[in-house]
Design a protein around this ligand. Structure first.
Ligand code: PLP
Length: 381
């Protein structure tokens, strides 16, 4: 990824001056730090960042500057990067399945918090990780609605299994904690409430006082113009539900947002390569690039069209099928996008709120995906 040395005023200024023919990601450090402060001021506990959602070093560095002191990591490479960029930050190794070699590497790098969702993986931790001052969080799952897709399909113990694992982790001398992930882009605050009450039941079932409850990621980003994420309402419900469910045995809270922290700080510009026979729009970025997530969690409608001279297209919208640049037929955005009728070849489509699961999962399939990174003072205009 090419790093520009210059800081630009806003995306239009860059697009007008450079007319890039490969997709560009615009990054606003101010927006990222403001979002971090919104979590730090509003969430009633420790805010950690799920590195996988956007592991770019510029993101980690800005979050550390804003005061984020913990990171949810999933691999020795992520751990090593955080150790390098934020040497004093807490590392939560919350990928519940790990090779023995990965466990050893993480112990070596000082990881003191681990999640687990199975007997076999817990046995590996008990064998390889010194228990003293070390936390094991049992990850559980529920069939709860409200998120864009179901994380429980891969990770999370059932309630009964979680009770067994929690009791066993406590017996082995680890600090016992619980964790869950309600599913990404979870717009329904009630999902957290259900999970928190179940966490209290699990702790009671295991007869264990848990030290911490990690309420996961899943905090929504602003994907649709008309649906503003209700972060403060979610924080308040997490706070009240925890007191209600645990009473005097209230655990400390942890959250680990990925999308909720990084999405809003990035805007993507993709160029219109062609409007084939006045119908389908072909972009120079698609589902093998920074738009990877759209087929999985739905299209975003915070899209503007800009001419090569930086003018907003304002024509009445027309619904268009939009394809990415590769020769693969799955490289198509879901459904149809309402785009201005005066859209022309060589215009740019500017997608807001694109920082999560975009740069990290960009591929070079078919020779595309040369994604540039441009720092801007403002993402507006
Ligand atoms: C991916 C992930 C997150 C972040 O999820 P978001 O929906 O991006 O907030 C948090 N915790 C764990 C364990 C994850 O795997």
């Amino acid at each position: 990824m090419g790093l520009s040395k210059t800081i630009w005023t806003n995306p239009s200024e860059f697009l007008k001056s450079n007319q890039p023919d490969s997709p560009a990601m615009f990054f606003s450090p101010a927006v990222l730090q403001a979002t971090a402060r919104r979590f730090l001021n509003g969430f009633p506990g420790l805010v950690t960042y799920a590195v996988k959602s956007n592991p770019d070093e510029i993101v980690i560095a800005n979050l550390a500057t804003a005061g984020i002191q913990g990171f949810d990591v999933a691999s020795p490479n992520e751990i090593a990067m955080i150790r390098r960029l934020a040497p004093h930050a807490a590392l939560h190794y919350n990928n519940p399945v790990r090779a023995r070699s990965e466990i050893r590497a993480a112990v070596e790098m000082g990881v003191k918090s681990w999640s687990v969702d199975s007997h076999s993986e817990l046995a590996k931790l008990i064998e390889l990780v010194p228990a003293e001052n070390c936390e094991i969080s049992v990850r559980f799952k529920l069939p709860v609605q409200g998120a864009a897709y179901n994380f429980g399909a891969k990770f999370g113990a059932t309630v009964d299994l979680a009770i067994e694992l929690l009791a066993k982790a406590a017996q082995a001398g680890f600090i016992p904690s619980l964790t869950f992930h309600p599913g990404t882009q979870c717009t329904d605050p009630a999902a957290w409430e259900t999970y928190i009450h179940t966490a209290a039941e699990i702790a009671q079932g295991a007869d264990v006082t848990i030290r911490r409850l990690n309420v996961g990621g899943g905090f929504p980003s602003h994907r649709l113009n008309d649906v503003q994420p209700q972060l403060e309402a979610i924080f308040a419900l997490i706070d009240s539900a925890t007191t209600e469910a645990f009473g005097d045995a209230r655990p400390a809270l942890v959250c680990e947002p990925g999308r909720g922290l990084c999405a809003e700080a990035f805007t993507l510009a993709a160029r219109v390569k062609a409007i084939r026979d006045d119908q389908h729009v072909f972009l120079n970025d698609g589902v093998y690039g920074a738009l990877m997530e759209l087929p999985m969690i739905g299209v975003i409608d915070r899209i503007e069209a800009v001419s090569p001279t930086g003018q907003r297209r304002t024509g009445d919208t027309v619904n268009r099928i939009v394809f990415g640049p590769t020769c693969d037929s799955v490289d198509r955005l879901p459904g149809e996008l309402p785009l201005p009728g005066d859209l022309e070849e060589e215009d740019y489509l500017v997608f807001h709120g694109m920082g999560a699961y975009s740069m990290a999962t960009n591929t070079r399939f078919n020779g595309f995906g040369d994604l540039g990174l441009v720092t801007v003072l403002s993402l507006q205009g």
